[in-house]
Design a protein around this ligand. Structure first.
Ligand code: ADP
Length: 724
């Protein structure tokens, strides 16, 4: 058996297999049936060639020629049957006339080809069949008709309204052209040319690609197929070259077996790196955009790992998707926590890019179809369209109507593709919607699952943020409780005293003129008044004077006022930085803060110990400071040698009404902190049991800053001398 016969048999088997695989793969529509018929004819064509080569009967040759007449007939019908259904046609309602298509040309071509086919069949069956002129005519007939079929297909494609359909048809035309070209090259044998049977093998390869292309409606899958084919072809050539080098060049020394072994070893060693290299290159060419999205999502997921608040999460996702340049619009909807009665979840638009999203709120009723389907997995617009096309084919009007509604709802949300942000138990927390309106079928299945994992991580962030909010709320309620208890105590004491005094006054009768009870009442009313003013101070701090002030001067003045109040045994030192910038704070309020801190310190030391007050400039901000302190800060430290503050007290130090003193109001530090925070600063505490406590008032520096951060201490004039 010669090489051509063997190849023909091999190709016949493959073509039969391709025909069978198309028929066996689920629902067979007209296109699939035509393709299977075409592939079977190709198979028979190769088979009759092989049989003719075997037995030499001229009837086999005639059969080959007849099959050659039949082949382009099927090709033309196949190519004219591939009319992609336009999205516009899918959504036309029953009454509307479908938009015009260029289908009109196809039947004419089919009619002409039938007439030509009959004429050719007559010619082939005539006694002149063996004439060269007849063979050449047959060759021209096959070439012309197949090309005309391809031409009709490409015209149909160009007339389509869908960009994806146009691209898909272009792909099919190119593959079809290759298959035709290789088949014709092979056909040259029939007209007498002596060529190696390489065309036969390649035409079968393209027949296979064509079968796959017909099956797949997604353009990206087709690119994937083309990419794989390219990888396989490139690898095959590499391996063939290696074999050729070893077996033909080196094989001259007649050690065929050894050379084949060497060649196989070389192939085995080189196969993996070669495959990896070729795959990487083809992926870079075909799937560049997919890599862009993949790296964007990986980066997003890394950044989301530490996010606790949904606002920050939304910002990160939107900016990440925008900079990936793989979506033209995107939106995040989150569940409206306030409106989540059972069965009535609503979702609110948190943020969006692009203008595809038309709604700001999804009510259960309006988005029911999308929401229901989302719980089963991602909803992709093109998939819905394909399902709709199937439903129309099957005449299932109910499903078609539902799918149309689903498509419309998805369109309102701005999708492309929508993903549920749902908890592990399937509870919907929100939606992520993305769209790339530059292409249809913009996201491959891998990209869809990539975005699904992103939505999964968003669900985790949303859940964490809810837990975080609950903790914050609990802390707030605890603080409120402590404050209420303190307030009750503060009000109850004077009220008790007033009641007692009033009762005694009442018992004494109307003539009584006991000033003592009236004095108590007045005193307690004053105390109540102070409590109420303090609360007001805390709740509504006075508008601050915004002029920058000299902090050293304010410290000096406060210490002068406080000096007479100190007990004898308190050793006071004041150390003021020479080159201190100004700070923006109301001097009266600053004095109030300083007085609170100094009074607390003296009280903590029980009137005996060392108290030092110092001012400094700090150029570099600490990590815990608010941004208002980023340009450097003026610090006022109040250091005492008291007993220090226990952890329990430390936790509540700034809580209003928290006090450990019998006569304390517990408002001093709370108000001080309010004042300093309003000026853009903060109060810090450092304490060591048995050693003492340092309160530091940190204020944002204002005006010209000193050139060096090291400042010379300045003599504190007017400050109380030590050991007063
Ligand atoms: P009050 O002085 O009326 O108790 P504050 O808000 O000024 O209210 O202080 C709250 C509590 O903080 C005090 O009762 C005290 O226990 C604690 N405290 C404040 N300053 C110091 C300090 N320098 N050393 C030890 N404990 C302090």
């Amino acid at each position: 058996m010669d090489l051509r016969t063997r190849t023909a048999l091999f190709c016949a088997a493959l073509a039969f297999a391709i025909a069978a695989s198309v028929l066996l793969r689920g629902r067979v529509r007209q296109v699939q049936a035509l393709f299977a018929g075409f592939a079977a004819t190709v198979a028979l064509w190769y088979l009759t060639q092989a049989l003719f080569a075997f037995y030499g009967f001229s009837s086999w040759e005639r059969a080959t020629a007849l099959l050659a007449v039949l082949m382009p007939q099927l090709a033309v019908r196949l190519f004219t049957a591939i009319v992609p259904r336009d999205a516009a046609l899918l959504f036309a309602t029953a009454g509307e006339a479908p938009p015009p298509t260029v289908r009109g040309r196809a039947p004419r071509l089919v009619r002409i080809s039938s007439i030509l086919g009959l004429a050719m069949a007559a010619l082939v069956l005539s006694p002149y069949q063996k004439h060269d002129a007849v063979r050449v005519t047959l060759f021209v007939y096959v070439g012309a008709l197949t090309s005309a079929g391809l031409w009709a297909l490409s015209t149909t494609g160009r007339g389509s309204q869908s960009r994806a359909a146009r691209a898909r048809v272009r792909f099919l035309v190119v593959i079809g052209a290759f298959a035709t070209a290789f088949s014709l090259a092979d056909f040259l044998w029939f007209v007498g040319a002596r060529l190696p049977p390489i065309g036969a093998v390649l035409s079968i390869v393209f027949l296979f690609v064509l079968s796959q292309s017909l099956q797949s409606t997604r353009l990206l899958d087709l690119y994937d197929l083309a990419g794989r084919l390219l990888v396989a072809t490139a690898l095959a050539f590499f391996i063939a070259a290696i074999f050729w080098i070893f077996v033909t060049l080196v094989g001259r020394f007649n050690t065929m077996y050894l050379n084949a072994v060497l060649a196989s070893i070389a192939v085995l060693v080189l196969f993996n790196p070669l495959q990896a290299m070729v795959e990487e290159k083809t992926h870079q060419i075909f799937f560049r955009e997919r890599f862009d999205l993949e790296s964007a999502v990986v980066d997003l997921r890394r950044r989301l790992a530490h996010v606790l608040e949904t606002r920050e999460m939304t910002e990160i996702v939107m900016s990440g998707l925008e900079s990936s340049r793989r979506v033209t619009s995107a939106a995040i909807f989150l569940r409206d926590v306030a409106a989540s009665e059972p069965g009535g979840a609503a979702f609110v638009l948190e943020d969006k890019i692009g203008d595809a999203t038309k709604v700001v709120r999804i009510e259960e009723a309006g988005g029911r179809l999308v929401l229901e389907r989302l719980l089963r997995g991602a909803v992709v617009a093109e998939e819905v369209e394909r399902e709709l096309s199937d439903a129309l084919d099957l005449g299932d009007a109910h499903t078609a109507a539902q799918l149309r509604e689903l498509h419309a709802q998805l369109g309102e949300l701005g999708g492309g593709a929508a993903f549920a942000i749902k908890t592990e138990d399937g509870e919907p927390m929100g939606l992520l919607v993305v769209k790339d309106d530059r292409v249809r079928d913009a996201f491959s299945p891998e990209e869809i699952s990539l975005l699904e994992t992103l939505a999964g991580q968003l669900a985790t962030v949303v859940e964490n943020s809810l837990a975080y909010m609950r903790i914050k709320e609990r802390d707030r309620l605890a603080a409120l409780g402590a404050m209420a208890a303190g307030l009750a105590h503060e009000v109850k004491n004077p009220l008790g005293a007033i009641k007692g005094a009033a009762q005694l006054l009442a018992e004494a009768g109307p003539e009584s003129t006991d000033d003592e009870f009236i004095g108590i009442i007045l005193e307690e009313v004053d105390r109540l008044d102070r409590v109420v003013s303090s609360i007001l101070d805390y709740a509504r701090p006075r508008a601050t004077e915004v002029e920058p002030i000299d902090v050293n001067a304010a410290v000096r003045r406060t210490m002068q006022i406080l000096a007479p109040a100190h007990e004898d045994q308190v050793d006071v030192t004041v150390e003021l930085a020479g080159d201190l910038p100004q700070a923006r704070i109301d001097p009266e309020q600053l004095r109030q803060v300083l007085m609170n801190l100094v009074t607390n310190a003296v009280q903590a030391m029980g009137g005996r110990g060392r108290l030092s007050i110092a001012t400094t400039f700090r150029r570099t901000a600490r990590a815990t400071w608010p941004v208002s302190l980023a340009n450097g800060a003026v610090e006022i430290r109040v250091v005492d040698t008291g007993p220090g503050i226990s952890t329990k007290v430390l936790k509540n130090l700034f809580v209003p009404f928290f006090t450990t003193k019998a006569t304390g109001t517990g408002l001093g530090l709370a108000i001080s902190q309010r004042i300093v925070q309003n000026a853009g600063g903060t109060i810090e505490v450092q304490t060591t049991a048995g050693v003492g406590t340092t309160f530091t008032i940190v204020l944002p520096a204002s005006g010209p800053l000193p050139t060096t951060s090291r400042t010379q201490p300045q003599a504190a004039e007017g400050a109380p001398a030590s050991g007063v």
